[in-house]
Design a protein around this ligand. Sequence first.
Ligand SMILES: Nc1nc2c(ncn2[C@@H]2O[C@H](COP(=O)(O)OP(=O)(O)O)[C@@H](O)[C@H]2O)c(=O)[nH]1
Ligand SMILES: [Mg+2]
Length: 222
Amino acid sequence: MRVAVEEKVLNENQRLALELRQRFHDHNVFCLNLISAPGSGKTSLLERTLEAMVRDAKVAVLTGDIQTENDARRLAGAGFPVKQITTGGTCHLDAKMITKALADWDLDKIEILFIENVGNLVCPSSYDLGEHAKVVLLSVTEGEDKPLKYPGIFLKSELCVINKTELLPYVPFDLAAARENARKVHPGIDIVETSCTARRGLDEWLAWIYRRQQKAIGAPAL
Ligand SMILES: Nc1nc2c(ncn2[C@@H]2O[C@H](COP(=O)(O)OP(=O)(O)O)[C@@H](O)[C@H]2O)c(=O)[nH]1
Ligand SMILES: [Mg+2]
């Protein structure tokens, strides 16, 4: 019974995600879905990303959390459209929440849409949001074994951002093992190392975004 209900929810999500994907395609919106455990640095990475954008860049952010508007407040400072989605307990964003949040935004004014998912390495991996790619963040304080413990999200993500790298001298995190574990789960996954506080690796992250955006433009929606 529980399985049947879950399947129905996921099928409905898939239908709405396909609609979103088609809309993103029609309006040339490139969409990334950022996923990580709480505190890995999703909002920080987006803060650094928005700072790096030129003033008239068509960039927008939807940021999800169970409670509070804190992340939207942090991100709004950069002057780009930002909207908080508070799920009120749900541990992931779903396609219906994204559809609703986009209802009063003109997609023709957006070229890159970042979605910051709720902090969780499990639930968000099952919900397609119509994005072009999922990006998983792993910070060096979390342990290099996380790709092996949470393979689903590493398998589904095109990029793994290893964040807080300026802390490497102080934490027992084996960077080579982390990379190897991510590639054991997903051999083709791209990996970028960043430090949002020391502002390292951000050029590489931005270059990845633009490369992936180029690939998305002109590609069929489905
Ligand atoms: N040392 C260090 N701390 C970071 C870095 N990036 C983010 N943080 C801190 O980690 C905490 C959680 O970051 P946040 O961006 O809110 O993570 P989120 O929950 O994934 O959105 C905050 O205190 C950030 O200042 C980093 O590169 N190095
Ligand atoms: Mg956040």
